[in-house]
Write a protein that binds this ligand. Structure first.
Ligand code: PAF
Length: 279
């Protein structure tokens, strides 16, 4: 595996790859890699000649300074993991290198996607994500880019970014990877104690309970159930909503013709976790 830190070195490498007519896949990450990332990287390796993984903890997408400072950083372990996965290129730029890439000069039409849930709870978060992902797309010109379904709202926004601005890039969505108890893999799980890791399994459990009862329960009943269940476990519910995915709109009623997702964000002590389930 080649580790590249400088934007100019990456640009020269990409030029060479393109001259050889090889396809490029990118997996953008903030490091602290886990088996969820492994699944994206393995798929990327299967579908492209060259796999680039980027590791950059992007300060602009954190609306909370402590969250940024405490974000787990495990570069040595990440490098070993990427070598085992036979990743071709690790791009791990400094802030200074990232600042050499011009800020993208466009506004996306995102409608509800940049209004509700994560957008509402983390002001400026998606602007930060779009900025860094657009920069990475600009300098790597990938054929395909890989993102996990755990961050569903982010995934839908990046699909819009490609539809509106990077039409040649195909966004590949990859299923959420969960541990044996159902907890979605996340770098933030590293902040949880053994006991909290067990409690956190109830996030997936309540989502499944809602799915099981989707035709019998009103949305209000589902919301009350989720809030009470998590409250009893001292899990702080940031939001639980059922959204219709095409319009990314809240629904009060489940209609069998539409495509619904249960979306949840919770805080356990100081760790914020999100998850979702297709109903
Ligand atoms: O999902 C993430 O890890 C980040 O939001 C991303 C896409 C790497 C942008 O910093």
């Amino acid at each position: 595996m080649k580790q590249i830190n400088a934007v100019n070195d990456l640009l020269s490498f990409i030029q060479l790859i393109k001259q050889q007519n090889k396809t490029i896949g990118i997996v953008p990450t903030m490091g602290s890699l886990h088996s969820g990332h492994d699944s994206l990287i393995k798929r990327c390796k299967k579908e492209n000649n060259i796999t680039i993984v980027s590791i950059y903890v992007n300060p602009n997408q954190f609306n909370n300074k402590n969250d940024f400072l405490n974000y787990p950083r495990t570069l040595d372990a990440d490098i070993n993991r990427l070598k085992t996965l036979n990743c071709d290129i690790l791009f791990s730029p400094s802030d200074k290198e990232i600042s050499k890439i011009l800020n993208p000069n466009f506004k996306l039409k995102l409608g509800n996607l940049n209004k509700y849930l994560e957008a509402d709870n983390r002001p400026g978060h998606f602007e930060g994500v779009i900025n860094i992902v657009a920069k990475l797309f600009e300098i790597t010109s990938p054929n395909k880019a890989y993102f996990g379904e755990k961050d569903l709202q982010q995934l839908l926004i990046i699909k819009q970014l490609c539809l509106q601005k990077f039409k040649n890039i195909q966004v590949i969505s990859c299923a959420t990877v969960r541990n044996a108890g159902g907890l979605a893999k996340s770098s933030r799980n590293k902040h949880l104690t053994e006991k909290e890791l067990i409690i956190a399994r109830s996030i997936y459990k309540v989502l499944n309970e809602v799915k099981k009862n989707k035709l019998d329960w009103s949305v209000k009943k589902a919301k009350d159930y989720v809030r009470k269940y998590l409250n009893n476990l001292s899990i702080n519910l940031d939001y639980f909503e059922i959204i219709e995915i095409e319009k990314f709109s809240f629904t009060q009623e489940i209609n069998t013709n539409c495509n619904y997702y249960a979306m949840i964000a919770v805080t356990i002590r100081e760790t914020r976790l999100i998850d979702n389930l297709k109903l």
